[in-house]
Design a protein around this ligand. Structure first.
Ligand SMILES: Nc1nc2c(ncn2[C@@H]2O[C@H](COP(=O)(O)OP(=O)(O)O)[C@@H](O)[C@H]2O)c(=O)[nH]1
Ligand SMILES: [Mg+2]
Length: 306
């Protein structure tokens, strides 16, 4: 097992300001370290339920499901594919795989949203199903922007850290991450929003928008996830809640992330505007109205479009 030294924390100009610092929660428990996989900790054996949201990613799905079911060294107990009313036959691909491959048949469950509920809508549906029943819940995407098995194993290995984390987030911007095949425009946008989110929130987070995670379900269960947006801003909001919760220990592992070759790409500019609006709303409630982080996030999500 290789324990990589924690990388330098991201620059936190917002934290230096005394006015903001007074209102920050004490977060000695964030960024406990970085562990890269060599084996699955005992507690996670057959204990991880993976949510895979899908929308028109039929060509990539067989490899993703195969990796999660066969190559995760027994960590994965079940895979919940939540299809968002795909029009490319994604659910049929899942059903065919479940018949062809008995392991996939025994491990995968398919939930079909009757209509497109939005990205966040799918994750909320998955959390609502799993947060009180499964010991650990993971979110992995279906478009192969990361290697599904390696990512789950890296996140699982981080549960061997001391103190043991409640939530592990896979970060594209942590030392050891690889983003060489990820478009420069998206990388720059991510860097901007990471800095913006850190400045507005005062929280240490290296990848404010990551949606790839593995958590104790008790940590998910304490989040007001139902009240977050059903759109793409779901994870930026959830991450604010996670890092802003002084009761949770959070660890980050480096993520290898590339551009997707399948699926529907949303407009970067449109998303940037929606995200900026949400973050400014958050800052208004947090810094001007001095509301606790959780309340500020929920208030920001209620003022945000889907
Ligand atoms: N574009 C899109 N993706 C969705 C939707 N619902 C679920 N997904 C899945 O959510 C994951 C992330 O979406 P994606 O558009 O790739 O966003 P990214 O986080 O920027 O990579 C992919 O696996 C999609 O198949 C949806 O309504 N639209
Ligand atoms: Mg994607």
């Amino acid at each position: 097992m290789t324990l990589l030294p924690p990388s330098a924390p991201p620059r936190r100009r917002g934290l230096q300001r005394p006015r903001l610092r007074q209102r920050l929660p004490r977060r000695a428990n964030v960024l406990t370290g970085t562990l890269r996989h060599t084996r699955v900790p005992l507690a996670l054996e057959r204990a991880v339920s993976v949510i895979v949201p899908t929308y028109n990613t039929a060509p990539a799905l067989p490899a993703v499901l195969h990796a999660l079911v066969h190559d995760t060294e027994g960590a994965v107990a079940e895979v919940l594919v939540i299809d968002n009313a795909s029009t490319d036959g994604t659910p049929d691909v899942v059903r065919a795989l479940m018949v062809e491959d008995p392991m996939i048949g025994a491990t995968v469950r398919l939930l079909e949203n009757p209509e497109n509920l939005g990205y966040g809508g799918s994750i909320k549906r998955g959390f609502a199903r799993l947060a009180t029943t499964a010991p650990f819940v993971a979110v992995v995407h279906s478009d192969q922007q990361c290697d599904a098995a390696t990512t789950v194993l890296d996140m699982a290995a981080a549960f061997a850290l001391h103190p043991e984390p409640d939530v592990v987030l896979a970060s594209r911007f942590r030392a050891g991450a690889e983003t060489g095949d990820y478009s420069v425009a998206r990388r720059l946008a991510n860097h901007f929003f990471n800095a913006f989110t850190r400045t507005l929130s005062g929280l240490r987070m290296s990848d404010a928008g990551t949606g790839i995670m593995l958590a104790r379900s008790s940590a998910i269960d304490r989040m007001p996830f139902e009240q977050l947006t059903s759109g793409y801003q779901f994870h930026p909001q959830l991450n604010l809640l996670i890092y802003g919760d002084p009761q949770l220990t959070v660890a980050e592992v480096p993520l290898c992330w590339r551009d997707a070759s399948v699926g529907v790409r949303f407009s970067l500019t449109g998303y940037a505007l929606v995200l900026t609006r949400m973050l400014l709303l958050f800052a208004w409630h947090r810094r001007v109205r001095r509301r606790p982080i959780g309340e500020a996030v929920v208030a920001a999500s209620q003022g945000s479009p889907r």
